[in-house]
Design a protein around this ligand. Structure first.
Ligand code: PLP
Length: 345
C-alpha cells in the first residue's frame, strides 16, 4: 500500500477513535458507501451576524442527514454480531427508515420496518415510496402504541439472525455517532472554520442526536450549551419517551459503554441537556406557523430546505435564540437529508 492510500484511509477513521485509540478495536464502525465527513460548517450571516449551520444534510452522497451518521456505527455493530436481518420501526414517512433501507440494500442486509400513522405530507409520501423501492419489508401497524407493542413482542421471540433497532436508530451505537460528531466540530473550531459557539441547537425525536452531541461536547471539553427542540411526544401513555430524564439515561448508557472500553476517558458528571418544549405545536409531524415561516426564510435567503416534522421547528427555535442573544455565536445543526432522491432506480 502506498503512503497516499494509507493516509487517505487513516483520515476516514472517526475523530472519537483517533482521540481515544483504545476505542479503535472496541467500537465497531464502518465507512458507509457515499460517506462524506466531516460535514461543512457555514455562516448564515445573511439571516443573522453570528448564526452558523452544520451541514449534516451533506453527511452522505447517497443519503445525507443524521440517520446516515448513526448507521455507520449501527450496521457495523449488526455485522460484528453476525446478524443478517434488521428490524426497526418508525412513522409512515420515517427518514430513519429510508436511510436504513438504502444502506441495508447496499450491504445485503434484510430490512423490515414496522410503521405507525403520521399526518400526510409530500415528504411522507415520497419516503414511503423510497422504502418500497429499496426492498424493505413494510408492515403498517396503525397507532404508535400498537407498533411499539409489535416490535417488543417480535423481539421477545428472539430470532437468532435479527438485529432489533429502536426507532430513529437511538441505541448506544447511534448515540456514539453523535459523540463522534462533537469531536468533528471541535476539530473544525480548532481549524478556525468557525468560532466556538455558545449554543448548538438540534431537533429531538428519538434523542440520539441530542444525547450524543451533549455527551460529546463534555468529553471533548467544549463549553457549549446544547439545546434540543422536542418534536415528538414526551410520553407514550404512562411511559416517558422524550424527556430530560430519558435523554440523560441514553447519555449515561453510552458513557458507561465507552468508559468500560477506554478507562482513560475523562471522568465527568453528566450535564442534563436543555429540552425546549415550546415549538412542538399540535403533534409529531404537524406543521407550526413559526416552523413554516422559518422554512420559507432559510429557503429564500440561503436555498437550504427544511421539512415540517423536525428541522422547521428546530430552526424556528434557533431564530428566536439568535434574536434574543445577538452577542452569542449560535450553531444550528441541520439533520435533514438534502440529496435529491428522484434519480434512484
Ligand atoms: C430522525 C430525525 C431527527 C431526530 O433525531 P433523533 O436523533 O431521532 O432525535 C431530526 N431531524 C431529522 C430530519 C430526522 O430525520
Amino acid at each position: 500500500m502506498n503512503a497516499g492510500t494509507d493516509q487517505a484511509s487513516r483520515m476516514e477513521v472517526p475523530h472519537l477513535l483517533r482521540v481515544f485509540p483504545a476505542l479503535t478495536q472496541a467500537v465497531p464502525w464502518s465507512n458507509l458507501p457515499g460517506s462524506s465527513l466531516p460535514t461543512p460548517v457555514e455562516p448564515l450571516s445573511v439571516i443573522s451576524e453570528r448564526l452558523w449551520i452544520k451541514r449534516d444534510d451533506l453527511s452522505n452522497q447517497l443519503y445525507g442527514g443524521n440517520k446516515s451518521r448513526k448507521l455507520a456505527f449501527i450496521l457495523a455493530d449488526l455485522q460484528q454480531r453476525g446478524k443478517r436481518q434488521l428490524v426497526t420501526f418508525g412513522a409512515t414517512g420515517t427518514n430513519h427508515g429510508v436511510a436504513t433501507s438504502l444502506f441495508c440494500q447496499r450491504l445485503g442486509i434484510d430490512c423490515t420496518i414496522l410503521l405507525f400513522d403520521q399526518p400526510a405530507s409530500q415528504t411522507v409520501t415520497r419516503n414511503y415510496a423510497l422504502m418500497q423501492r429499496m426492498g424493505a419489508h413494510l408492515i403498517p401497524c396503525g397507532s404508535l402504541a400498537n407498533t411499539v407493542a409489535h416490535f417488543y413482542l417480535w423481539q421477545r421471540l428472539k430470532q437468532p439472525h435479527a438485529y432489533f433497532l429502536f426507532a430513529g436508530g437511538s441505541d448506544v451505537p447511534g448515540v456514539l455517532a453523535f459523540v463522534n460528531a462533537a469531536f468533528e466540530l471541535k476539530e473544525q473550531i480548532q481549524q478556525g472554520l468557525l468560532p466556538s459557539p455558545k449554543v448548538v441547537i438540534c431537533p429531538v425525536g428519538s434523542s440520539a442526536t441530542l444525547a450524543g452531541l451533549s455527551l460529546g461536547m463534555q468529553l471533548a471539553g467544549l463549553a457549549i450549551d446544547v439545546q434540543g427542540v422536542r418534536v415528538a411526544p414526551s410520553h407514550l401513555g404512562p411511559f416517558a419517551a422524550c424527556t430530560p430524564a430519558t435523554i440523560r439515561r441514553l447519555m449515561r448508557r453510552t458513557y458507561q459503554y465507552l468508559k468500560r472500553r477506554a478507562p482513560s476517558l475523562p471522568d465527568i458528571t453528566l450535564v442534563t441537556p436543555t429540552l425546549l418544549e415550546n415549538y412542538y405545536g399540535a403533534g409529531y409531524g404537524e406543521a407550526t406557523p413559526e416552523g413554516l415561516a422559518a422554512m420559507r426564510l432559510l429557503r429564500e435567503s440561503c436555498g437550504i430546505e427544511l421539512e415540517q416534522t423536525y428541522t422547521a421547528k428546530a430552526f424556528a427555535a434557533t431564530l428566536d435564540i439568535a434574536r434574543t442573544n445577538p452577542t452569542h455565536d449560535v450553531l444550528y445543526w441541520h439533520t435533514f437529508n438534502s440529496v435529491d432522491m428522484t434519480p434512484l432506480p
